[in-house]
Design a protein around this ligand. Structure first.
Ligand code: 3PG
Length: 204
């Protein structure tokens, strides 16, 4: 399975911000034990690169990607240490090119028809819809989907246990991103992940 297929299969991408490299192993253990073996580690803190490196080395069974990648330099760094997918809050042509060069999936953030058209021009069809709840949620995604049938969305921002099922029921949504399950102690995170997976599988 390639990275896109793994994400599509798990249906949820935890958005993780580490303030300290020591947080990496306990968090990834909790996600893995919680049956969500994927993490988007955000380039919002200085330790992001080292955390990705550590995660890739210690959790070969997990899909580790980089988030909040806002320029080609961060993208290069992330790919260099083993990130298998790249996410941005917006659309960056230089990040898209870097990903294409390395054959790594890129999920740029979009919220408007113009941004979607720009993404399509770069050959990108799997897009993050961000911030989802502020920009109209599922209703907006459905409206955009009728104009852009080739596009699939990963809504992120304001997704939770309460609404993930509703998002995922729409066939143009291939996964949801969010941070609701990565808060608390490792044990709490594991439990939240297991709960989310049950909701996704319709077992709750
Ligand atoms: C973020 O930028 O932190 C992500 O989009 C997650 O959003 P959330 O915290 O609303 O899930």
């Amino acid at each position: 399975m390639n990275a896109c297929e793994v994400i599509e299969n798990i249906k949820v991408v935890p958005v993780v911000v580490f303030n300290n490299i020591d947080q990496t192993i306990p968090m990834l253990n909790a996600l893995n034990e919680g049956d969500i073996p994927v993490a988007e580690i955000c380039f919002r803190t200085d330790c992001a690169r080292e955390c990705i490196k550590l995660a890739v080395k210690n959790f070969p069974q997990m899909l580790i990607g980089a988030g909040t990648v806002i320029n080609a330099e961060q993208c290069k760094q992330a790919i260099e240490v083993g990130a298998k997918f790249i996410v941005s809050p917006g659309l960056s042509e230089s990040v898209a090119k870097e990903c294409q060069k390395n054959n790594i999936p890129y999920f740029p953030g979009v919220a408007t028809p113009t941004e979607i058209m720009q993404a399509l021009e770069l050959g990108l069809t799997n897009l993050k819809f961000f911030p989802a709840s502020i920009y109209g949620g599922l209703k907006a995604i459905k409206a955009l989907s009728s104009a852009f049938p080739a596009v699939r969305f990963m809504p992120t921002g304001g997704v939770s246990d309460e609404n993930i099922k509703e998002f995922l029921e729409f066939d143009k949504i291939f996964a949801c991103g969010g941070s609701w399950m990565v808060k608390g102690t490792p044990e709490e995170i594991k439990e939240k992940c297991l709960k989310t997976r049950k909701i996704i599988k319709g077992e709750n």
